[in-house]
Design a protein around this ligand. Structure first.
Ligand code: HEC
Ligand code: HEC
Ligand code: HEC
Length: 444
């Protein structure tokens, strides 16, 4: 699916700009409010250096108080870690026990591949990494109450065709395909989309792309994820369900699923790879549409959020999030579910497509080129627009009647444009928690 990313780079970049612009500006007052609220008696001595490092490099994503709610967090999947919970994904310790310092140092130094968590080695000094580890540990009482119980890895089963074959058997017995698909790429999986323990969206790993594994791609890393489990996610520890050698065979099997990444391919291989991806997209427009909707961040604007900016349960794509862009007006987002009355159920394909390509809304009025960046959506291929519509048709109906956006009067529009273009001022924009829509006949 890399191709989409390349081809629609403009679309994505523009959307990201709009979305990040909206959240960064919108959340700034909140971040400032939090700053004054920080009072950390625990931060003393070495931890005060850690706190300084944290405030300089980590707050944008992890938030002032370490709750994972920094201004950049809204658009990130997976969501930044909430350090106050004391729960960590990447551990070499028994399930239910906190990570070791070495685990945290490793995650911070190398980053968590496949997420926005950067690797900090070389960017900040090793001493600062140690200091920030102490600081984030001080944010949860867990580290004072519980000692990590490190796991001693058993002797590895050397990779061989035989071990890979046995691993395939273990994969079947343990029903990994339920979440990862028969092929490790989600085909035939019961579900690949989940919520983490904090209520934020996440996806099952694509096993043919080990460069996205948070804990590393080596057989020993993968073995440790089965042995220790991945806290906060549906990935359990298999300590009691599989033997040591089975976990090693399984790790060797997962390693064997690796496909060649684009950056290791020659020009011919790259074009063959993209051709195959195009063919897969055409063969399964709903899957393609779901992918596009995710990367173009449609659910972020078109779902109502609670005060922690989590989608209100059961309301994904049901609209009702309120955006305010001064001085242009208030924009409650539309209901994109297949509900006939309040969603897109009764809309024709062309009506939906003209919103995305021309900004023409259901009552014939036109949306300004913001907050939804339809001018960049309009550059999409016809087959991609069709795929988005095909996917939207499958979104389960939710009744949520959302009010219309305010009409921007010409003088207000001109004043706004003058401020942006001539005075060079940013458009102050805000995202409000809660649902502006009226939910009918549903227990919510
Ligand atoms: C650009 C955003 C971003 C910045 C900046 C950032 N992080 Fe993260 N961090 C993340 C995300 C996203 C995750 C969660 C990834 C996941 O759950 O797979 C994460 C997870 C973590 C984890 C949890 C690892 C685990 O096992 O669960 C640690 C520890 C961490 N970050 C430390 C830091 C520190 C220390 C800094 C500053 C030096 C920092 N991060 C800066 C985005 C960021
Ligand atoms: C209930 C669903 C579920 C089952 C069953 C499951 N997984 Fe996962 N798995 C996930 C999710 C969700 C993630 C993503 C975790 C994350 O993003 O941090 C994941 C992540 C992984 C990873 C990447 C770990 C990393 O470092 O990021 C591997 C490898 C993996 N699973 C293999 C397996 C294998 C092999 C099995 C069978 C023994 C299995 N999984 C069973 C849901 C599942
Ligand atoms: C930055 C926020 C934002 C993003 C991202 C966004 N939209 Fe919108 N969208 C809006 C706003 C605001 C409206 C106007 C409100 C309305 O008409 O109900 C709107 C209107 C719509 C409408 C018309 C709804 C109606 O009831 O007539 C559709 C359809 C739509 N968007 C689809 C999408 C799709 C598909 C994507 C992703 C490709 C997307 N939007 C991304 C904010 C956004």
């Amino acid at each position: 699916m890399q191709q989409v990313v390349l081809k629609s780079a403009r679309v994505i970049a523009a959307t990201a700009l709009v979305v990040s612009g909206v959240c960064l500006v919108g959340l700034a007052p909140r971040a400032r409010a939090q700053q004054s609220a920080v009072s950390s008696p625990r931060a003393s001595g070495a931890a005060s250096r850690g706190r300084a490092v944290y405030e300089q490099h980590c707050v944008e994503c992890h938030g002032r108080e370490g709750k994972g709610d920094g201004p950049a967090a809204l658009t990130l999947v997976p969501h930044p870690r909430d350090f106050t919970s004391g729960r960590y994904k990447i551990r070499s310790t028994e399930s239910g026990s906190p990570p070791t310092d070495a685990d945290l140092i490793r995650s911070i130094s190398q980053g968590l591949p496949g997420s926005s968590m950067p690797g900090w080695r070389g960017l900040i000094s090793d001493a600062d990494i140690l200091a920030v580890v102490e600081y984030i540990k001080s944010l949860s009482p867990r580290f004072a109450q519980q000692q990590p119980e490190p796991i001693t890895a058993s002797a590895p089963v050397q990779p061989s065709a035989e071990s890979v074959r046995r691993g395939a058997g273990v994969y079947a017995t343990l029903q990994c395909a339920k979440c990862h698909g028969e092929d490790g790429r989600g085909s035939g999986a019961a579900a690949t989309r989940f919520e983490d323990d904090w209520g934020y969206p996440m996806r099952a790993a694509v096993l043919s792309e080990p460069w996205t594994f948070r804990g590393g791609a080596a057989a020993s890393d993968i073995y440790m994820r089965f042995r220790a489990g991945v806290s906060g996610t549906p990935m359990p520890s298999y300590k009691d369900t599989a033997s040591e050698s089975e976990m090693w065979d399984l790790a060797n099997y997962v390693v064997s699923l690796r496909r060649k990444p684009v950056w290791e391919m020659g020009a011919d291989e790259v074009s063959a790879f993209y051709k195959q991806q195009d063919a897969e997209a055409l063969a399964d427009p709903v899957k393609r549409g779901e992918y596009l909707v995710d990367v173009l961040a449609c659910p972020i604007c078109h779902s109502p959020a609670d005060q922690d900016r989590r989608t209100i349960p059961g309301m994904r794509m049901a609209g009702g999030l309120r955006l305010y862009l001064a001085p242009f007006g208030t924009y409650p987002t539309g209901n994109l579910t297949s509900d006939k009355e309040t969603g897109l159920g009764n809309r024709t394909d062309d009506e939906i497509k003209r919103v995305l390509t021309k900004g023409i809304l259901r009552d014939g009025t036109r949306l300004l080129p913001f907050p939804m960046d339809w001018p960049s959506f309009s550059t999409m291929k016809e087959s991609d627009l069709n795929a988005i519509v095909a996917y939207l048709r499958t979104v389960p109906p939710v009744r949520n009647k959302v009010p219309r956006p305010t009409r921007t009067l010409l003088p207000v529009f001109l004043w706004g444009k003058f401020k942006m273009l001539i005075l060079g001022e940013d458009v102050p924009s805000y995202i409000y928690g809660g649902n502006t829509g009226i939910v009918a006949g549903g227990p919510r």
